[in-house]
Design a protein around this ligand. Structure first.
Ligand code: PBG
Ligand code: ZN
Length: 327
């Protein structure tokens, strides 16, 4: 006697009843890139639908997000002036600090402001911290000191969730200490805990103006080949005090998402990165796929692999599709 799996596939209602994973609007965090100026809204050629925006435009964008039911943003600052240590990120008057203050002033508790904490958008060399020229790399422990300062800039400005992405060893402990010593005991940290040195970040570096001027990030980001190390990285950040873990990129690393899901009880986020977005957009433009279905199938795979939270440039499109499928 064979089993009749098709019994529970016979109509949409029963298919819905036995559905195991489902993408919801509340799962999404939408990335935004803030630039100096007024009335600036500049589309990125490699990422159609993604813009660099000045603070006033970001404020309008947030209104639109809230209308779509999206109430979490991930904020990246792109300063006009860059230097060797990313001073703009360490100033109360820097682009990120002013943007956080203005967004929080207007939207308060209605909008969760997650802040990416790294230096590559702020340094003239485009690396994620202070250079160690002897080794052609980034000085880990010197960078931890400015990471602590940067975390306090975010905290004082009103960040709701700090998301360090620089892959420095000890960054979570350093940030937790700085926050706790300054009275921010309730400010959570979402670590980019397992972040690979990936070619999928290509388009992001156009929008964030953060390409390294020499070399690459392989001396601090992870080797895409390493599965055990990927798990160890995230578990270490849990020990150091991370509140939420992350795997980045998403699609090529779903095995790693599953490994971490099974080894940790913490909430888990995936970053559906720029190159993943650009590939789908290019396929849509070429007319070679059913874009909306491929998009929802891709997003569902993140949930099935074990992710709770999805950072995605597709969030607005997904929110519209999800609203449509309900109504
Ligand atoms: C900065 C940072 C990067 C991304 C998020 N934060 C780029 C990098 O490490 O080069 C990538 C995001 C994307 O590709 O969408 N450390
Ligand atoms: Zn960086």
């Amino acid at each position: 006697m064979f089993k009749r799996f098709r019994r529970v596939r016979i109509n949409p209602i029963i298919r819905g009843l036995v559905e195991e994973s489902r993408v919801e609007i509340k799962d999404f965090i939408y990335p935004l890139f803030v630039k100096e100026g007024r009335g600036v809204k500049k589309e990125i050629t490699s990422m159609p639908g993604v813009f660099q925006m000045s603070i006033d435009e970001i404020i309008k964008e947030c209104e639109e997000l809230l209308k779509l039911g999206l109430n979490k943003i991930l904020l990246f600052g792109i300063p006009d002036v860059k230097d060797s240590i990313g001073s703009d990120a360490l100033s109360e008057e820097g682009i990120i600090a002013r943007a956080i203050r203005e967004i929080k002033r207007i939207y308060g508790a209605d909008l969760l402001v997650v802040t990416d904490l790294c230096f590559c958008e702020y340094t003239d060399h485009g690396h994620c911290g202070i250079l160690d020229l002897q080794h052609n790399s980034v000085d880990n422990d010197a960078t931890l000191e400015i990471i602590q300062k940067q975390s306090l800039i975010h905290a004082h400005a009103g960040s709701d969730l700090i998301a360090p992405s620089g892959m420095m060893d000890g960054m979570i402990e350093a940030i937790r200490d700085a926050l706790d010593e300054n009275g921010f005991v309730n400010l959570p940290i979402m670590s980019y805990s397992t972040k690979f040195a990936s070619a999928y970040y290509g388009p992001f570096r156009d929008v964030a103006e953060s390409s390294p001027s020499f070399g690459d990030r392989r001396s601090y980001q992870m080797n895409p080949s390493n599965r055990r190390e990927a798990l160890a990285e995230s578990l270490e950040d849990e020990v150091q005090g991370a509140d939420i873990l992350m795997v980045k990129p998403a699609l090529a690393y779903l095995d790693v998402v599953r490994d971490i899901r099974e080894a940790s009880l913490l909430p888990l986020c995936v970053y559906n990165v720029s190159g993943e977005y650009s590939m789908l957009k290019a396929a849509q433009k070429a007319g070679v796929i059913d874009y909306e279905r491929v998009l929802m199938e891709t997003l569902t795979s993140f949930k099935r692999a074990g992710a709770d939270i999805i950072i995605s440039y597709h969030a607005k499109e997904a929110a519209r599709l999800l609203a449509k499928s309900k109504g």
